[in-house]
Design a protein around this ligand. Structure first.
Ligand SMILES: Nc1ncnc2c1ncn2[C@@H]1O[C@H](COP(=O)(O)OP(=O)(O)O)[C@@H](O)[C@H]1O
Ligand SMILES: [Mg+2]
Length: 205
């Protein structure tokens, strides 16, 4: 592929959108042809699927949820990511295959082998040139969120977040070109680390 594919992964509120926008602006300022996109969503069809997946209170069972995410990914990859990479563009994408392994696999307990197969089909084997995995201490979760939880939900969420954290750490170990980003740090320190990794991977000079 001619272009470079950069993926930002990690749980909610750890700063992915913040850093993705800053990175986009940095690359544009350096004269790169770059697109910023996200999952689930990224195209009109995939955004419609995103609405179903994220609608509060809708009964979506884990397997259906997985297949919806993969449907969204298949559309997004074919319609937007692959054409951009073929044109030599840099693609920055918030969330990709690793999020599905973390949430539906480590979180909800669907076998990782099942998810890996579906990920390969939906992505047509496309792999990021660089995966940045943002992880922060749990104490910042409530601090950085605008939402209020009941105690019960907050407890459930804590256990779920811990399972996912373990999952992300394991996946970093076995994924080529994947790096842990310490999301506890301040916004400019994180940005400096992100740019350093892009330099190491010859995406920028
Ligand atoms: N390094 C940081 N330190 C403190 N707050 C941050 C940091 N990065 C992002 N935030 C804030 O935390 C909240 C969640 O950030 P966001 O980028 O939307 O996370 P995500 O996209 O991963 O859910 C936002 O209010 C954002 O301004
Ligand atoms: Mg975000």
């Amino acid at each position: 592929m001619k272009g470079k594919f950069i993926v930002l992964e990690g749980p909610d509120r750890c700063g992915k959108s913040t850093q993705a926008k800053m990175l986009y602006n940095q690359l544009v300022a350096r004269g790169k042809d770059v697109i910023l996109t996200r999952e689930p969503g990224g195209t009109p069809t995939a955004e419609r699927i995103r609405q179903i997946v994220l609608e509060p209170g809708l009964d979506v069972r884990p397997l259906a949820e997985l297949l919806l995410y993969e449907a969204s990914r298949a559309q997004h990859t074919q319609e937007k990511i692959l054409p951009a990479l073929e044109e030599g563009k840099t693609v920055i994408c918030e969330r990709y295959t690793m999020s599905t392994c973390a949430y539906q696999g480590y979180g909800r307990g669907i076998p990782l082998e099942t998810i890996d197969i579906l990920n390969k089909i939906a992505t047509r084997g496309t792999q990021p040139d660089l995966t940045l995995v943002f992880l922060m201490s749990d104490k910042y979760f409530t601090q950085r969120g605008e939402y209020l939880f009941s105690d019960r939900l907050e407890q459930e969420d804590l256990a779920f977040r811990q399972k996912m954290r373990k999952g992300y750490l394991e996946m970093i170990e076995r994924t080529p070109n994947a790096y842990l980003i310490d999301a506890d740090k301040n916004i400019s320190d994180i940005q400096a680390r992100v740019l350093e990794l892009l330099k190491e991977h010859l995406i920028i000079v």
